[in-house]
Design a protein around this ligand. Structure first.
Ligand code: BG6
Length: 469
């Protein structure tokens, strides 16, 4: 295996999917508090069927959870800060000290075990008030509100935190404008003009955050984060090849700006064809030149695309639209195609495009787990399917490293079971730690080590040598 000595092995979570305590210690509502079914339904306010309101009670159990991450040998732990814990409506002049104290404690707990925190500043959890008052990122005012929030974090955690990510899966706004961009206008009624102007605001905010972070602490490393929608042509028909090129351009435009400092060459035609005329100021252009230190991404699956929408079988992937099944890929229980080699391919493509260190911020298998006695008076899950998924993907990471790609690290998504993002279920579990929580909200919330817990511990301890080719 080709993992470098300093490879950052770890796991990842997001505040809204694990913390719970949605209204404790002064937290304001976030957009997730009105999404009880994932991104499909928006309610007026929090409803009892929203499992995220209680989450896995990480807010009160983070010490126990981080101790288990340390037991697995994590070098890095990626988590997000809930913006509405720090600025409950996004517009307060002074941050909420109780919210900050919680993250002080989480960070100190990581550092106690020598775990490097990697913080996502915004992971689908914009304060709800900003969605209601400004229609989220469609309004330019969001840039300053976001930077005010960033400034508090960068100043507070100087010397403690090194790695930051500005926006989770920034390109997912193309598919989920509310969850990703806090835009309340229904997707079907959202014009390309408004969508791309919102995207522009996020890109400027991200770049200005990079500049601010480096100004506050030159040791900070700030990354972008994209949903790597890896797409293959459904057939060798040149029409399909061009369709994939077009979809890739739409997806990579985000990281192109964040990693290269300006809109890419193809943006002019893309905007013309979409009827978009961006409002870009000179100050925006200057801001965009502040590029990220690394490019991070999530990778779960690959898909196919065809120029002819009637061709091929639709995939179960619900983060994206109009993608097709690959007859060569297996699928998860949730219909997500499984393609470990696609991760090697993605790493190579991104590295060729950006020539910046890459970080695999999310990868994993969402599956139904069955709790069984562990023979020692407790419980476990025999999750060989998860071990296989992770093993096969990590082997491909090693291949990419062998190819010469600079990969900084890998954080397994939902290293502890948490509430799913797209469907708000608990039964779609990714963790190496089982959480005793049922779909109806009942359960003891006890944590149990799955078989994958010991497996991952060994992978980390051997720096990947225990992986099976
Ligand atoms: C990513 C998100 O898109 O996929 C995570 O950043 C999410 O928040 C993960 O949980 C897996 O998706 P899901 O819908 O299975 O939870």
């Amino acid at each position: 295996m080709y993992f470098p000595e300093n490879f950052l092995w770890g796991g990842a979570t997001a505040a809204n999917q694990c913390e719970g305590a949605y209204d404790e210690d002064g937290k304001g509502l976030s957009i997730q508090d009105v999404l009880p079914k994932g991104f499909k339904v928006i309610t007026d306010g929090p409803t009892p069927d929203n499992l995220k309101l209680k989450g896995i009670d990480y807010y009160h159990r983070y010490k126990e959870d981080i101790a288990m991450f340390a037991e697995m040998g994590f070098k890095v732990y990626r988590f997000s800060i809930a913006w509405s814990r720090i600025f409950p409506t996004g517009e307060e002049a002074v941050p909420n000290e109780a919210g900050l104290k919680f993250y002080d404690a989480v960070i100190d707990e990581c550092l106690k075990y020598g775990i490097e925190p990697l913080i996502t500043i915004s992971h689908y959890e914009t304060p709800l008030a900003l969605a209601k008052k400004y229609n989220g990122w469609s309004n330019r005012i969001m840039i300053d509100l976001y930077l005010k929030y960033c400034q508090v974090l960068f100043e507070r955690y100087k010397g403690k935190v090194k790695y930051w990510v500005t926006f989770n899966e920034i390109n997912s706004i193309l598919h989920q404008p509310f969850m990703s961009g806090a835009i309340l206008t229904p997707k079907a009624q959202l014009s390309n003009q408004d969508l791309y102007q919102a995207i522009h605001h996020e890109l400027v905010a991200s770049a200005r955050a990079v500049e601010l972070a480096h100004r506050i602490d030159p040791n900070y490393k700030v990354g972008c984060m994209i949903l790597a929608v890896t797409i293959y042509p459904l057939s060798p028909n040149p029409d399909d090849i061009i369709e994939v090129m077009r979809l890739d351009d739409e997806n990579y435009l985000f990281a192109d700006v964040q990693a290269r400092g300006a809109y890419p060459y193809f943006a002019k035609r893309l905007f013309e064809e979409k009827g978009v005329q961006l409002e870009i100021t000179d100050a925006d252009r200057e801001a965009l030149t502040h590029t990220v230190d690394f490019v991070s991404f999530s990778y779960y699956s690959s898909n196919c695309a065809s120029a002819d929408p009637t061709k091929g079988e639709p995939t179960g992937s619900n983060m994206t639209t109009n993608l097709k099944r690959n007859p060569y890929s297996k699928v998860s229980e949730w219909g997500w195609q499984i393609d470990p080699q696609g991760l090697r391919y993605t790493l190579n493509r991104l590295y060729a495009r950006y020539q910046k260190p890459l970080f695999i911020a999310e990868n994993g298998l969402g599956a139904n787990d069955t709790l069984v006695p562990d023979g020692k008076g407790g419980f476990t899950v025999e999750d060989d399917y998860r071990i296989k998924y992770m093993n096969d993907h990590l082997v491909q990471v090693s291949e990419a490293l062998h190819d010469g790609v600079d990969v900084m690290g890998y954080t397994a998504w939902g290293c502890i079971d948490l509430i799913s993002c797209s469907t708000a279920e608990i039964k779609k579990r990714y963790g190496m730690i089982y959480v005793d929580l049922n779909s109806d909200g009942t359960g003891t919330l006890a944590r149990w080590r799955k078989k994958s817990f010991d497996w991952y511990k060994e992978v980390i301890a051997t720096n990947g040598e225990s992986l099976k080719v």
